[in-house]
Ligand binder design. Structure first.
Ligand code: BGC
Length: 741
């Protein structure tokens, strides 16, 4: 078989790099090459003898899960000083949303719609991880998902390809900086390539069937953006894509990634995902699995040993040739050179600022602050006013739980750094307000108990009630999918009892996914969705509750009313029979024995309404923003030309606040049907009361391109609608036409 030449970036530096790689490759034995392609778990406190021997023998290219800097340095020393060629190790770790200092879960960070902040957050994580000797993180996870049942939605940037592309690229830049030799930068890994977020029924690791057109228009763009941002590595997904598991998928890793995108970095498997090709029923045995993965372009095997055990045999039998192995190893060596590991293999703590320092905590707090989405605020219940309160009830399983607020994937998170809501509110209010705290539920899953009555009494004895609900950290994340996404346990009953007191009830929800909130929404006066907000979550929540910061997060994912609406997302197609408020008839309003056409003959659920509970892009504020004067620079845009769409945003309330102005576009007619709206731009702006500002979005006609029937990227001439506003339901509309000259 023929192999694509190892892609490298242009320039003298890269020529020098290629020469170093080629020179080193030329000195390597087959066993040493295969060694570079093997990543092994090194999480033990004491380095086991077999690992020491394997590193010495050049049989290990990378380790993962060791975070003790002395042990990492020892491992590097064995590789550098005791192996024949002295090739340093890549040291990998899942640094997903912080290392010791924990930022909001990635889905929460996506709710900030703030790439600069996301970039800074990734830098905090990189700096702390690098000080432990880690030089490679398995992040960002940029799987688009439209299924809140899937536990890994917590790790993802949500449902939208554009938002995910912008934020994923920002994370890559944050982790990697502009020069990987600099202290505090680490290699990033865009994962999971590709389509994992479409796992059927939201069950983890499940089958995906994604038509190529949808794959290219929805699931791949964030990966393309990460590649364009210079991401060093990608991880192949566990999932099966249209019958070909991603880990053995040549179309994905050869055609799309290398040939079409020119990716010059390398691909790592997911944990044992190569040997799992046999379990998928894709390969008859581990040797065949190794063959499929290596020919598809997986450079390095994580955790399992099919490469180590079988590549030599595959070479000897002529099924693969040395050129393929050289290509795979070159990608790995190149990253080691780019990281400066040959010059500086060891980590010196003195090169780093102290872990979890004030700057890091401040960025974690800012990220938490900007991630909080206000879903309801009836009668301006929020913000609470300290001087109008004598007492405040603080109720619920997540009010004072330093661990649960951190969320999933926090291997190295330090609970002692956590600022809980109870701590923060108590600190903020001092002695002025009496706090009546009742946890009420041992965990988020607890059933009704006597402590509910205690909570009710505390509420009755207070001027207002803040109830901290949600999901424990373990209810989302890898392999933690749910079929029912209501608040677990008897939380809805707790809310009902609190509401009975007649006191204003403010729900603050911390969770790793969108939840169905229909059974509490009428029993709360205000509701904040805080995701799992990380170390400084409590502080951020307290600031929002008491008005030190107006809520400014916007949903990066649609919240369904009922789980049966899933998948539900704003960028859906129109269908031939779209539902409108006029044509929709609710199941309860359908007269008995009406003709078959009674439900309006439109595409909808009779029992769920035609809208989600909360749409993508939605989030309330303590002020009111109005949008007006939408304009388009040129109504006729020549193909290849540019246009600017602008509108004036006014802070029409009396509180200074941030708003996220969003641009949506609809391509009315396409070679393939197009979504009813697509996000094409957004910006976060801060406005004083009464202040107006023009927001403008510049588009090139190539920004309106999509993959058509022949899988060709194309912008078509024709009519477009555009909206600017504060959510995907923005109503301020204009339009333009692209003309072929
Ligand atoms: C996950 C990856 C992760 C890897 C290493 C796998 O189970 O799917 O996302 O990076 O483990 O911990």
């Amino acid at each position: 078989m023929s192999h694509q030449v190892f892609a490298s970036s242009a320039g003298a530096d890269s020529a020098a790099l290629d020469a170093r790689v080629a020179e080193l490759l030329g000195r390597m034995t087959t066993a040493e090459k295969i060694g570079q392609m093997s990543q092994v778990n090194a999480g033990d406190a004491v380095i086991p003898d077999h690992l020491r021997e394997d590193i010495k023998a050049g049989k290990v290219g990378s380790v993962l899960n060791q975070v003790n800097v002395d042990t990492v340095n020892k491992l590097q020393r064995i590789a550098v000083e005791e192996s024949r060629l002295g090739i340093p190790l890549l040291v990998g770790r899942d640094v997903i949303h912080g290392f010791n200092t924990i930022l909001p879960i990635p889905l929460g960070q996506a709710a900030t719609w703030n790439p600069e902040l996301v970039r800074k957050g990734a830098r905090v994580a990189a700096t702390e991880a690098a000080s432990a000797g880690i030089n490679w993180t398995f992040a960002p996870m940029i799987d688009i998902t439209r299924d809140p049942r899937w536990g890994r939605i917590a790790e993802s940037p949500g449902e939208d390809p554009y938002l995910a592309s912008v934020l994923g690229a920002a994370m890559v830049e944050g982790f990697q900086g502009t020069d990987l030799t600099q202290p505090g930068t680490i290699a990033a890994c865009a994962k999971h390539f590709a389509g994992y977020g479409a796992s059927e029924s939201g069950k983890d690791y499940n089958t995906t069937n994604i038509p190529q057109n949808e794959l290219r228009n929805v699931y791949l763009p964030p990966f393309k953006a990460a590649v364009d941002a210079g991401v060093a590595t990608l991880m192949a997904s566990f999932s099966d894509l249209d019958g070909v598991p991603a880990t053995g998928n040549r179309f994905l890793m050869r055609q799309v990634l290398r040939e079409e995108w020119g990716f010059g970095g390398f691909v790592v498997s997911d944990w044992a995902s190569i040997e799992q090709l046999t379990i998928h029923g894709f390969s008859a045995n581990k040797r065949d699995a190794a063959y499929e993965a290596v020919t598809a372009g997986v450079n390095m095997e994580m955790a399992s040993t099919t490469y180590r055990d079988h590549l030599k045999e595959l070479l000897d039998s002529g099924r693969i040739d040395m050129a393929l192995i050289d290509e795979m190893v070159a990608g790995i060596l190149q990253l080691k050179f780019r990281l400066g590991l040959f010059e500086n293999p060891y980590t010196r703590l003195s090169d780093f600022p102290p872990i979890a320092n004030e700057d890091h905590l401040a960025i974690a707090e800012r990220a938490a602050l900007e991630s909080i989405v206000m879903l309801e605020n009836r009668n301006d219940t929020l913000p609470l006013k300290k001087d109008k309160l004598d007492s405040l009830a603080i109720i619920g399983p997540l009010a004072d739980d330093p661990y649960e607020q951190l969320g999933t994937w926090i291997f190295d998170g330090k609970t002692e750094l956590s600022r809980t809501p109870l701590q923060a509110i108590t600190g903020m209010l001092g002695d002025a307000v009496k706090i009546n705290h009742v946890r009420a539920m041992e965990t988020s899953r607890s059933p009704y108990s006597d402590t509910f009555e205690e909570a009710r009494q505390a509420a009755a004895a207070s001027d207002a009630v803040v109830v901290f609900l949600g999901e424990e950290a373990i209810l989302s994340g890898e392999a933690h999918s749910r079929a029912n996404i209501d608040l677990p346990g008897d939380q809805a009953e707790l809310v009902r009892l609190l509401k009975e007191t007649g006191k204003p009830v403010i729900a603050v929800i911390m969770a790793g996914r969108p939840l169905t909130l229909a059974n509490i929404v009428d029993n709360v006066d205000a509701m904040l969705f805080a995701w799992h907000p990380g170390s400084m979550g409590g502080q951020a929540i307290a600031k929002v509750l008491f008005g030190a910061h107006s809520p400014s997060g916007k949903l990066p994912v649609t919240f369904p009313r009922m789980v049966g609406q899933v998948p539900i997302y704003y960028a859906h197609k129109n269908t031939g029979k779209p539902a409108t408020a006029k044509t929709y008839l609710n199941i309860d309003d359908i007269p008995v024995r009406m003709p078959q056409t009674s439900a309006g003959m439109v595409s909808t659920h009779m029992d769920a309404g035609i809208t989600p509970q909360y749409p993508f892009g939605y989030g309330l504020s303590y002020t009111r923003f109005s949008y007006a004067d939408i304009s388009v620079s040129n109504e006729q845009v020549p193909m290849g030309g540019r246009l600017t769409i602008a509108a004036v945003v006014t802070n029409a309330g009396d509180v200074a606040a941030d708003e996220i102005a969003q641009l949506y576009v609809r391509d009315l007619v396409g070679n393939v049907t197009r979504p009813v709206r697509e996000l094409k731009g957004f910006t976060r702006l801060h406005l004083q009361p009464g202040e107006s500002r023009q927001v403008s979005f510049e588009l090139d006609t190539s920004d309106l391109a999509f993959y058509g029937r022949q899988m060709q990227l194309m912008t078509e001439p024709g009519e477009f609608h555009a909206w600017i506003g504060g959510s995907s339901e923005a109503s301020l509309q204009t339009g333009f036409t692209i003309v072929d000259e």
